[in-house]
Ligand binder design. Structure first.
Ligand code: CAA
Length: 248
């Protein structure tokens, strides 16, 4: 059987890189989509994924642009085959309290974190339903569940991702396509390490497990949700947060 084709947006980032490695280990052909301008990060990514040979490749795309996503999906189809798995992991922060938040800090974040999910799914979901198989995983956040000081934009986008997840899950359920979200807590990524140290220490003190999560702990959850035999899990949100927010 030919390898299933997986696209990970934000694929060279903290969580994205770990997800690429996990899915390659799971036997997928992985395409890491990310901004071509992140040259330094891209070099580190190539180094980190060298051992995976051709099973992890990079493709430049700006997920906030619909046409970029359309082009990306078409390019992948020509070169590797139709996209079977999408992991929407591209995300940015623009943390500041609402009273100081500029229109650009709101809009830029929405374009990447939420429009990006639409742009990727809109350009690929018909192919998945036609072929009768698909796995879509949206990387949301615990802060979309609980809110966080200084993150009205981020929390709104992350909560929005889950609404999108549940609605699309219903639309494609009968066609072999599952759509789920994961809500990571605070993990050891560049994004979290940018939070001022004193604030981060206060947050870590509230994590029952007593530490930040590791990117592979999110990646293994993606592996679980994208497995060929995971067809009965859809419209779900899997929290992976060390107990920082517990709910049922
Ligand atoms: N809770 C309560 N009050 C707070 C606060 C908090 N967390 N942070 C600041 N304040 C208070 C300040 O003490 C200040 O009080 P005074 O006016 O009485 O002096 C007031 O709120 C305003 O503070 P600032 O002017 O400093 O606020 P700001 O607009 O500059 O924003 C901030 C501060 C940058 C948002 C800072 O609070 C911060 O970095 N918070 C952490 C945000 C965070 O957790 N981001 C996660 C990024 S990683 C990620 O998102 C990944 C993931 O999915 C988990």
């Amino acid at each position: 059987m030919t390898k299933r084709v997986a696209v990970i947006t934000g694929g060279i980032g903290g969580l994205g890189t770990a997800i690429c490695k996990q899915l390659a280990k799971d036997g997928r052909q992985v395409i890491a989509a990310d901004l071509g301008s992140r040259q330094e990060r891209l070099a580190a990514f190539r180094e980190e994924t060298r051992a995976f040979d051709g099973s992890i490749v990079f493709a430049p795309a700006d997920v906030s642009k619909f046409d970029d996503c359309a082009h990306l999906i078409g390019h992948i189809a020509d070169k590797y085959g139709s996209v079977d798995i999408i992991v929407n992991a591209a995300g940015i922060t623009r943390d500041t309290s609402l009273k100081k938040m500029s229109e650009a800090q709101w809009a830029d974040l929405m374009h990447v974190n939420l429009d990006g999910v639409f742009n990727m799914c809109r350009n690929s979901v018909a192919g998945m339903t036609e072929r009768g198989f698909g796995r879509i995983v949206n990387i949301s956040s615990v802060n979309g569940q609980t809110g966080q000081f200084g993150q009205t934009n981020y929390s709104a986008a992350k909560a929005g991702m889950h609404g999108f997840t549940m609605a699309l899950a219903r639309e494609v359920a009968k066609k072999g396509v599952t759509v789920n979200s994961i809500s990571p807590g605070y993990c050891r990524t560049e994004m979290v390490m940018k939070v001022p140290e004193d604030i981060r220490a206060q947050i870590v003190a509230q994590i029952p497990v007593g530490r930040l999560g590791e990117p592979f702990e999110i990646a293994r959850t993606v592996g679980f949700l994208t497995a060929d035999d995971a067809g009965f899990i859809t419209g779900a949100n899997i929290p992976v947060n060390g107990g920082y927010f517990m709910s049922f």
